[in-house]
Design a protein around this ligand. Structure first.
Ligand SMILES: Nc1nc2c(ncn2[C@@H]2O[C@H](COP(=O)(O)OP(=O)(O)O)[C@@H](O)[C@H]2O)c(=O)[nH]1
Ligand SMILES: [Mg+2]
Length: 284
């Protein structure tokens, strides 16, 4: 179905969350001790960019999902392990036949090699620092689908990236997964905010459209580039999103390094997996 393939540079090497320990902003509680402006930037990263947008730009779609602090706190509990709520790496699969059974809602993360999939999952799971998530220093490391269980609530899947040295059957693997996984409730398609939409991202976008399942764009590494560049890339992305049918209109901006957007994304995942009920203030 998708015969175009794009190859990036090779690489090896990884480190684990447990080796790094929990980040000092892993929990919303810790972040809430920061000054208001800084906290707002971490919670809703788009708010920092908003003043720089021209008046003519419609910002409505950039902030549709605006949960309350209570909702964010509720969601965070799901990402905090306890004796009755285990968060752990579950299994890996190179073929769909080896994927685990489908008895809880699932979300998956797809995107080019090196876009930040594993880092994002590690940031989302930073309250469970013992979960082993391999994060490559260079592209091309994740060649399997890695499944992580969040208690009995949902599963998260780190998908192999497209790019150099992607497994030969990579496209088939992802396509097969998107086409057949019944419990998949949301696909998160990651786009590098510092480089903007690439041809490979457009192919992935077409693929998501073709499978006609709901998906969301996550803009990664927003700490890495100047605001002007990020804004330009965001507006280009917004144009592309308006051409789609199944993409959630709001792109989620994140920095897995600085924790911007992580609390909001946790809340969105908790929401789409049906794990929490949101209060009235949320417009999603
Ligand atoms: N500055 C910055 N670097 C990041 C961020 N997320 C990931 N990276 C870096 O990008 C590289 C690839 O990340 P990784 O999570 O392995 O990408 P994957 O191949 O999509 O799983 C690694 O060197 C990460 O440290 C981020 O939010 N900010
Ligand atoms: Mg990875």
């Amino acid at each position: 179905m998708f015969c175009r393939r794009l190859w990036l540079k090779p690489g090896t090497g990884f480190w684990t969350a447990s080796q790094q320990g929990a980040h000092n902003l892993a929990s919303f509680h810790q972040a809430s001790l920061l000054p208001q402006r800084k906290l707002r930037g971490l919670l809703f990263p788009f708010s920092e960019l908003e003043p720089h947008l021209a008046c003519s730009v419609d910002r409505g779609h950039f902030q549709l999902f605006q949960p309350s602090v209570e909702d964010i706190t509720k969601a965070e509990k799901l990402f905090s392990p306890s004796s009755s709520h285990k968060i752990d790496y579950h299994t890996s699969a190179v073929r769909m036949e080896h994927a685990p059974s489908q008895n809880q809602p699932e979300v998956c993360f797809i995107g080019r090699s090196n876009v930040g999939k594993s880092s994002l999952i590690r940031a989302l799971f930073s309250l469970a620092p013992d979960v082993e998530i391999r994060v490559s220093k260079t592209p091309g490391h994740t060649k399997k689908m890695n499944f992580f269980k969040v208690g009995k609530a949902f599963t998260m899947v780190d998908m192999p990236g497209y790019g150099y040295r992607a497994p030969k059957d990579f496209v088939e693997m992802v396509e097969h997964y998107l086409g057949s996984r019944k419990n998949l409730v949301r696909t998160f398609l990651l786009v590098d905010g510092s480089v903007g939409l690439q041809e490979a991202d457009m192919i992935a976008l077409e693929m998501c459209e073709e499978f006609s399942r709901p998906y969301v764009i996550v803009v990664t590494k927003i700490d890495k580039c100047r605001q002007g560049v990020l804004l330009t890339n965001l507006l280009q992305l917004q144009d592309a999103i308006t051409q789609t049918v199944r993409c959630f209109p709001q792109p989620f901006l994140v920095s897995s390094l600085h924790f911007s957007g992580i609390y909001l994304l946790r809340c969105f995942i908790a929401h789409v997996t049906g794990s929490i009920q949101l209060g009235d203030t949320c417009r999603s």
